[in-house]
Structures are given as C-alpha cells and as structure tokens.
Design a protein around this ligand. Structure first.
Ligand SMILES: Nc1ncnc2c1ncn2[C@@H]1O[C@H](COP(=O)(O)OP(=O)(O)OP(=O)(O)O)[C@@H](O)[C@H]1O
Ligand SMILES: [Mg+2]
Length: 907
C-alpha cells in the first residue's frame, strides 16, 4: 500500500495546480502549465532516488522535467529536459539536505479534471543495530503524489462558479417559530382578487380532520413505528378481503397513506423556514388598488423547488418585534417562476405588514404546503364507492354489449397523413378494444416499452371519438405531469389540423390556475384556458367544457380531479384515459375517473377507464418512508398483477390489456441495450430508421449514433442549496449542442438535455444562453413521455463518496434502473452521455452502457484500463474527497443536505 506522506526523511514539497488561494486553476485546452517541486533528503543517511514514474492515467497530459521551469520558453533551456519516465531508472544520490527541483508540466487537451499518480521509488540505507548483525542495510520504498489539473473554458467556468460558498442548511431559531402557531394571533389577509384557490368539495376543515390530527401528533412525537404499524394493518385488510367490504378497505388504506404523506410534507417544509429576514422592495407598479404591495423574500433554494411555491400559496410572516403575531402573505401572481430562478420569492402582503416592512422590520418566515393535490386525491379515494367495484378490483370480465363509444367502423385516422406509417396490429387491437367497450367496468390497460406508440394510440382513440359526428362521446385525457399532458395535447392538435378540423375547437387543454403563462406550451395557447386580458388561467365553467364543440379535455390528473368542482357532472364523459399512468400514485390516477365516471346510484353506463404507461419507467414520487411501499406502486402496476391481465396460454385477453412491442422512436442501436436490460430483448425496431446522424462526423464510431464521453468532473454546490452541479460536464454538454447544431444542422428545438439535479439544469441553461434557449433542459421526470432527435445526458456525480448516500435515498442517477431506462430511451437519432467513467463504471446500469460503448468504439475520454483494475484505495478516496468536490462541500450530512425528490406535486 502506498502512502502520500513523507517517509524515511525524504521530503517532497507540495504539488498542486492551484492559485495562491488554493483555488484550482482552469487551464485552457492546448495551454501548458508548470509546477516546480523539490525532493529533499533530510535524513542523515545517503539515500537514492531510483525511479520516477507516472501512472497510465497520465496519458499525454503530464510530463516531468528536470529542473525548474516556469514557462514554455524555459523548457527550451539547456538543463531542462523531459525525464525518461517509467522505463529507465534515474538513480540520483542524495546526501543530507541535498535537494533537487523538478517540474511537472501539464498540457491537458480535453475538458475535465485530469489526474495521475507520480510514484517515486527510493532506496535508503539504514544503520542496523548490533543485535541484528550491525552494518548498513538497503531498503527500498515508494512515495506517491496525486497530481491533478483542471481543463476547460476559463470564461465559462468563471461565469458558472458557485455564487456563494456552500453553507448547508442552517438550523437556527426557527424551531421556536415552528411550534405552537395555533395559539398565536394570526392576522388574516384576504386572498387578493384573482388569486387561485382550489376548492375541494367535501374536504374537512383542518381542525375537524381527526385522522390528519392523529397522524400529525404521532409524527410530532416521533412515533413512526406506530404509523408504520397502522399502515401495515390497513394493508393487510386491503390485500385479503373480498367482496363489497373492499371499498371500505380501499378507502381506509389510501386515505391513511395520503395523510401520512401529507404529514411528511408538513415536516419537510419546516426545513425551509427562515428567521430574521427582511422584505425587499419591488417596483412600485406592483402596488394595487387595495394598497397591498408586493415584496421579495430571498429564498436560496427556490429555483430548485426547495421549497416549492406556486401562485397563491400562503407564506406566514411573523415580525421579530411582535413574535406573537403572524401575518399571512401570498405568493404573487406575476413572474413567480422567472424570479424564483434567482431565489426571489415575490409575495403579496397586506397594508399592515407593508408599514412595518418599510421601517426595516425583520421577520421569521414559515412556508406552508400546498395541500390541494393531496386533498383532491383523498376525495377521489373517499368517493371511490361511486365507481363500480370492478374498476378498482377487476376480476372476471363480464360482457357489456352495445356500449360502443363510436358509431360505424374503425378506420385509422392518425397514421394516414404520415407517409409509410401505418397503425400496427397491436395498436389497432387496442383502439378497437377501447372503443368497442364490451367488457363491463374493468379498466383497459395499454402498456409496453418506451417508444412503442402508447401515446400515439391514445391519440388515435381520441381522434376516432372526436371525429365521430353521431355518437358524440366525450373524453377526458390526463397525465400525471404537465409535460406529458402537453405531449398528448400537441400531438392531438397536430392530428386535428391534418384532419382539417382546425377551425372547430374540439379540444381544450386546461392548466391549473396556479400556473403561469411561461409554463404553458406555446403551441397550445389557443386551445387552453388562458385569459389574455386578466393574464391568468381561468377556471372553466361546465358549459365551457361540456358543450357541443368540445369533445376532449386534456389536463393533469390533479386538474382532472377538480372537474367536479368546476361543475362537471358524472356522465358528462364517456371515457377517461390516463397516459403515463405508471408515474401516478393510485389516488392521483383515480382522481379524474372518480370525478367524472360512475354515479352514486345505478352505476349504469359508467364510462370507460383506460390506463397507459410502462411500469418499467419512473414510478410515483413518495416522500414518506412509511407510505412508500404501497403508495409508490401505481394503479397500473397493481392491476397488471391481477390474474385477468396476465397471459393465459401465451396470450393476453385483448379486451382488457394490450402490450405493445414495436418501437418506432429510436435508432436500432440506441434501442438494443434497454431492450436487453429491461424488456427481455423483446423490443423490436420498427418504422423510420432514424439514421440522420448515423454518419455524422462528430461520432466516435461511424454508423453508431451513440457517444459516451468520460469526463472527470467536480461535484459542486453553492449557497445553502443541496443540489449539485458539475461545470466540466456543463462545458462538454454545451460543446455538443454547438457541434450538432452547427455541424449537423440540428435545430435547438430538437435537442433535449437530461440531468438529475436542478442546479445542473440551471447551469446548463445559463451556459447555453439565449442562442440555444429552445433546447429543453430538465430532470428525467419532465422527460417521461417525450422524445427528441438528440438527447444529451449529464450524470453530474464525480465523487464516489456520495454514491452510498444517493443509493440509500434513491437520489440522482446511480443505481436507479427506472431513471436510467427513461433517460436513455428518449433519443431518436443520437444519444450522448457525459459522465464520470470512474463513478459510472461500477454502476449496474450505466456501467453496462459504458462497456457497450467501449466495445463498439463509441467511448471517448480517459482510458478505462485503470478503472477496470482499480481496487479499493483509501488514499485515492481521500484525494478524491479533497479534489473532486468544491472545497467547501461537507461530506457528511443528512438527507436535507442532499437534493431529494422535489416534494412538489405537478399541478
Ligand atoms: N404505428 C406507427 N407507425 C409509425 N410511427 C409510429 C407508430 N406508432 C408510434 N409511432 C411513433 O413512434 C414514436 C414514439 O411513440 P410514442 O411517444 O407514442 O410512444 P410511447 O409508447 O408513448 O413512449 P413512452 O413510453 O416514452 O411514453 C412517436 O414519434 C410516434 O409518432
Ligand atoms: Mg407516451
């Protein structure tokens, strides 16, 4: 085992490419930098330097030069010369106190951290004691030094460097503020006009909500075991009962889980409370007629949804001078998102606080959770008995004749305008099964691997309904996330245009009133609920949704669950489709169906429920450990496990379930690996060859449109944000964007960049600037359901130290099959992965992709040889901790110090 320390009296001076302040130097590609160090013998014995050796990692980046060298011109000098490294021994004798200067020259050519180990082999002589025979004895030993240099675009690194030293989360006096607010004097301030409120019918007021209070109490007392026991009890009855009692068990279980999850959110939001802060003035024009004003609060993590605040959310302010008072303020309506990226939360305050704020008062701030989506889900569960039991627990399917949702024969519509595209057999089976609607109650499930046309099939179903002038069926199409709902809406809109129905407004995309203009897909403005005059999304009335023109409503599950509160009646819709259903918790998935299907009496003509998705892609996000086991299983997944949905004699019952297998999205080589890893090699490449970039000269392996670029980067954080970024990867990603746009003529709109951390999203957006603002950058969650011609993935992590943590908390990209699967299956024609080979090599999933690329010559970067052989090396780990994370980052920390799943739920 080697040691970094000095030994046997030999001293090697410090050796690092850093500036005077110890900050790493960024060397531009092609530049050479020099660092001189000395080796000195401080012992009384004669010692010998046998050999200097740079390990293989040095590639052509590092050289050792004899003597002192400061600049390139010295290198030409007489004494200086490159030492023969590695092969010939370099015997030098060192007398006492003798020292020699040596120089390390670094000329990195590629972005990232370059490192190697310098090994110095010495021979020393030791006077032996008489007892051991006396005389001098030779002894060889090795000393080593890690050398690293950072290479990149200096200007970009300067622009993206941490804005503030990472401080972690401060736990201070806010605890005092967090407790006992109920006894405080709360100064209410009426929600300003036009601010959204989500009305939830039937929701108990908070102090009447006994279950919530009980759970909250257990939480406060730290009795998590008791909560766990309750959940387990409810699960038991849920899974073993039969018959009608099941409604009750269903409600008991899911209501409990939702309440537990809410208690967890409430506990988590406390982490963001702030104490002793001032309000910052905004421009005067924000003052409105009631004399209320808007102020900014600086909230560092806001851009990463920590905390997550949407328009109209309550923020509680308590003046330091009058801690017994609490003022209510509301997250402002205008530019909330835009300001949030900079950490500014705009809030509307009442005239009363304004007066105090003007005088420079300081406040303690408490955030509240937006419980609307949880309450919607809970109401869905509580009203689940209005749905037929077979919808929740489909057992043996029974016939349901004469319930067709369309009149006449089914002729494909969606695929007719795209030359060469044809609806395939399985897709057609699914469309027909859904529209014929001839089994009673049971949900229809359409599932299958990425890119197999699930969403496309949903579009076809909707078109069939919309363009059928006789039956006039109405469909509610939902998805758990806004991005997935937008994908559906955009495709449907395009198809409607092709079918010459653009003038009749057949569809409406309803956004939540808590969203802003900038969060709407720009192609959907005309068919959305945007009110241009008031500059906000309006709450549609029943006759704006249910009328003779509009036949399809597209929204998130959350908004779908609110339709009843908008006045929509049961029976208004004939079909509810949830796309990406695998990403929703069961209550979220149920919400749209519970709002519009079934009825409290006869359960005639209940309407049909269709769930689409892929259980191998991302599942629902659940925070509470106690609720996780059950709540993170989607309804899609649960129902697929039921007997009626399994293969019998090698075949599915296509009245209930269709599994698609032909992939149209991806180039065949991009598809190969995920197909093998997650779908038993069953996925078949179909449709267009997606070969547009197959011969692009930027590829490492001609003909194979995948690149794995290994970049040793550096984990960084800033301020009190737990989110990570890695500027070396940002640079490489930016360069790829430039290359594919300039070199291959790809439009920015056709490029997507996926990365696990919000901070990295912001840094990449900043580096891309205005020129490339149409490139979509986001976390995997936002990409589920989407596709792009070119996908670039930045995996961020460079320090192995954090991997165990990431793993334990299911964070980031490592050891996360579902995230991996979604990320690598979005690209049609080119997939680029930028990441640290040392970290990724040992990951089950990324490692496989890395080796897949290496074996086919598509890997770029540091050689993998060293990594393959690497054994556990504590010295190396210590070195890594020092160098591959920015200096101020603490290594330990609890869950709050790392970016977790964002606890906001998409509204
Ligand atoms: N029968 C078909 N012929 C030609 N192209 C098709 C066909 N079906 C789907 N496609 C195309 O394949 C691509 C992927 O389809 P789609 O997005 O619907 O897949 P998906 O199963 O919903 O994927 P994901 O699981 O990622 O949501 C789309 O570009 C779509 O237009
Ligand atoms: Mg899809």
């Amino acid at each position: 085992k080697l040691s970094e320390s000095n030994r046997n009296g030999f001293e090697v001076s410090a050796l690092s490419f850093a500036d005077d302040k110890g900050k790493a130097l960024i060397v531009e590609p092609g530049e050479t930098v020099y660092r001189t160090f000395t080796i000195k013998n401080t012992s009384e014995e004669l010692q010998e330097l046998l050999q200097l050796e740079l390990d293989k990692n040095a590639d052509s980046v590092f050289r050792i030069i004899n003597g002192e060298v400061k600049e390139a011109k010295d290198e030409e000098g007489e004494d200086a010369g490159v030492l023969p490294v590695g092969e010939n021994p370099v015997p030098w004798n060192y007398d006492q106190d003798e020292e020699t200067p040596l120089t390390v020259a670094a000329s990195p050519k590629r972005a990232g951290v370059h490192e190697c180990v310098l090994c110095m082999h010495f021979k020393g002589y030791k006077e032996m004691p008489l007892s051991a025979g006396g005389g001098r004895k030779a002894q060889t030993f090795v000393m080593k030094r890690h050398i690293s240099v950072e290479c990149g675009d200096r200007k970009m690194h300067e622009e993206l460097k941490p804005t503030a030293v990472f401080t972690g989360k401060k736990k201070t006096a806010e605890q005092r503020f967090g407790e006992g607010t109920s006894t405080q004097h709360v100064v209410h301030f009426q929600r300003p006009r036009g601010y959204p409120t989500v009305l939830v019918r039937g929701a108990p007021s908070q102090d009447k909500d006994t279950l919530a209070q009980e759970i909250r109490q257990l939480f406060a007392e730290g009795k998590l075991q008791e909560i766990k026991a309750k959940v387990e009890y409810a699960e038991k009855s849920f899974f073993f009962r039969e018959g009608e009692t099941r409604y009750r068990d269903y409600k008991n279980l899911f209501e409990l889980l939702l309440v537990v999850e809410e208690a967890q959110m409430e506990a988590d939001v406390r982490n963001f409370d702030m104490s002793n802060v001032a309000l910052i003035e905004t421009h005067g024009r924000d003052r409105d007629e009631r004399g209320e004003a808007s102020y900014y609060l600086y909230v560092a993590g806001l851009g990463e949804n920590r905390p997550s605040v949407v328009i109209g959310d309550k923020v509680l302010l308590s003046p330091r001078a009058h801690p017994e008072r609490t003022f209510v303020a509301y997250a402002d309506r205008k530019d909330l998102r835009q300001d949030a990226a900079r950490g500014n939360l705009k809030i509307k305050v009442s005239a009363k606080i304004r007066d105090a704020a003007v005088k420079g008062a300081r406040f303690d701030v408490r955030f509240t959770i937006n419980r609307a989506s949880l309450e919607i889900a809970r109401q869905a569960v509580l009203h689940s008995n209005e749905l037929p039991l077979g919808l929740l627990f489909p057992s043996r399917p029974t016939d349901n004749p004469r319930q067709e949702l369309v009149s006449g024969k089914i002729r494909p519509i969606n695929f007719t305008h795209q030359k060469g595209n044809e609806i395939n057999g399985l897709q057609r089976e699914a469309v027909e099964a859904i529209l014929k609607n001839d089994v009673k109650d049971a949900p229809f499930i359409l599932y299958g691997p990425p890119g197999t046309g699930k969403t496309e099939t949903v579009v076809e179903v909707i078109l069939q309904l919309v363009l059928d002038a006789r039956k006039m069926s109405r469909v509610l199409a939902c998805a758990p996330s806004n991005t997935a709902a937008d994908v559906l809406a955009c495709r449907l809109k395009r198809e409607l245009r092709f079918s010459h129905h653009h003038d009749s407004q057949k569809m409406i995309r309803i956004y939540s009133t808590t969203r802003e203009y900038g969060e709407m897909h720009k192609d959907l403005k005309e068919c959305s609920n945007w009110d241009g005059k008031k500059e906000m999304f309006f709450v549609p009335k029943r006759d704006q949704i249910v009328n003779k023109d509009i036949r399809v409503v597209i929204c998130t599950c959350f908004v779908g669950g609110q339709l009843r509160d908008f006045g929509v009646k049961k029976g208004d819709f004939d079909l509810v489709i949830v796309d990406e259903a695998g990403q929703a918790t069961e209550p979220d998935c149920l919400a749209p169906a519970a709002a519009v299907l079934g009825d409290s009496e006869g359960r005639q003509n209940c309407g049909r429920l269709v769930l689409c998705g892929d259980p191998k892609q991302l599942g629902p996000m659940v925070l509470s450990r106690e609720a996780q086991d059950t709540l993170s299983k989607s309804m899609l997944e649960r129902i697929l496990e039921m007997r009626a949905y399994k293969k019998h004699r090698g075949k599915y019952n296509s009245k209930l379930v269709v599994r698609l297998l032909d992939c149209y999205r991806m180039h065949k080589d991009i598809l190969k690996l995920p197909s093998r890893m997650f779908y038993e090699n069953e996925l078949r490449a179909e449709g267009p060859p997606h070969d547009r970039l197959q011969n692009w000269n930027g590829l490492k392996a001609r003909g194979l449109p995948i690149i794995f670029e290994g970049v040793r980067g550096k984990d960084m954080r800033e301020g009190n944000s737990p989110s990570w970024f890695n500027n070396h990867e940002v640079e490489v990603v930016r360069d790829y964007v430039k290359q594919v746009t300039a070199g291959a003529g790809i439009r920015p709109q056709s490029i997507g960049i996926i990365t696990p951390y919000r901070k990295q999203v912001h840094k990449i957006q900043k580096a891309l600037g205005r020129e490339f603002q149409d490139v979509s950058v986001g976390p995997v969650e936002d990409f589920q359901g989407q596709e792009k011609l070119v996908i670039i993935i930045s995996t961020v992590r460079s320090n192995r130290h954090f991997l165990a943590f990431d793993r334990a908390h299911r964070l980031g990209f490592i050891d996360n099959p579902k995230r991996f699967n979604v990320a690598v299956t979005r690209a049609q024609a080119l997939l680029v992965v930028v990441g640290d080979p040392k970290v990724l090599y040992h990951d089950k999933y990324w490692g496989e992709l890395l080796r897949y690329c290496r074996d086919r010559g598509a890997y770029k970067g540091e050689s993998l040889e060293g990594i393959e052989k690497a054994e556990k090396d504590d010295d190396y780990d210590a070195w890594e901790d020092q160098h591959l994370i920015s200096s101020s980052v603490g290594l330990e920390g609890n869950r709050d110090d790392h970016e977790g799943p964002s606890w906001s739920r998409d509204g």
